[in-house]
Design a protein around this ligand. Structure first.
Ligand SMILES: Cc1cc2nc3c(=O)[nH]c(=O)nc-3n(C[C@H](O)[C@H](O)[C@H](O)COP(=O)(O)O)c2cc1C
Length: 188
């Protein structure tokens, strides 16, 4: 089974990308997590460019999502919402709406921020967007507030409670895929 990890932060020292790396360490046997790192190369959505063939990075993202059994998003909060680059990428993925790569795909959302609340608003907004696109959005969030204190110098998640919560999020995704209808479960 493959989980695709998508971080909403582009910066190299991103706590959200670190969260996804931590999730990769918590996977049960037979499950792998692939980090998608093409977000910065996704062009601004323009319906005039939304033709066949789509821009190469958009095709890569759509194919990476289609090939994954589930997607784990880690988002920072920018001005109480989802970073524009992540929303932009999802706007691309959402087309065509009826057959988009996220439709019926199990997805979960976690988040980290330097503030106290751990990007909870951004996570809620992202869940709303993903539901509108047609993904199967798992309930629950993981809010890594005061992010710098949760990771060591090498970006490893050192907060035991958060590690446990992250493990539960991952387990939830795996259970959702394994318990899914036959067509989805066959790829697991
Ligand atoms: C443009 C911008 C807006 C931000 N707005 C918020 C915000 O509304 N709430 C919040 O908790 N943190 C906010 N932050 C702080 C980010 O949550 C923080 O930089 C976070 O660590 C970014 O995630 P990263 O470590 O994965 O890059 C903002 C940061 C930037 C750059």
């Amino acid at each position: 089974m493959k989980i695709l990890g998508i971080s909403g932060s582009l910066r190299s020292g991103s706590h959200n990308t670190d969260l996804l790396r931590a999730a990769a360490e918590l996977l049960p046997p037979g499950v792998e997590l692939e980090l998608w790192d093409g977000l910065k190369a996704v062009p601004p959505y323009d319906a005039d460019d939304d033709v066949q063939p789509a821009p190469a990075t958009v095709t890569e993202l759509r194919e990476a999502i289609a090939a994954a059994d589930a997607v784990l998003f880690a988002t920072p909060e920018y001005n109480s919402s989802v970073p524009g680059v992540l929303k932009n990428a999802l706007d691309w993925v959402s087309r065509p709406l009826k057959t988009n790569a996220l439709r019926n795909k199990p997805v979960a959302v976690v988040g980290a921020s330097t503030g106290a609340f751990g990007a909870v608003w951004a996570q809620a907004e992202l869940r709303k967007v993903l539901a509108a696109i047609g993904a199967r959005v798992l309930e629950g969030d993981l809010a890594a507030g005061h992010a710098p204190s949760r990771f060591d110098e090498d970006g490893r998640l050192v907060d035991p409670e958060l590690r446990e919560q992250l493990g539960e999020v991952v387990d939830g995704l795996v259970t959702e895929v394994r318990g899914a209808p036959a067509a989805l479960a066959e790829t697991a």
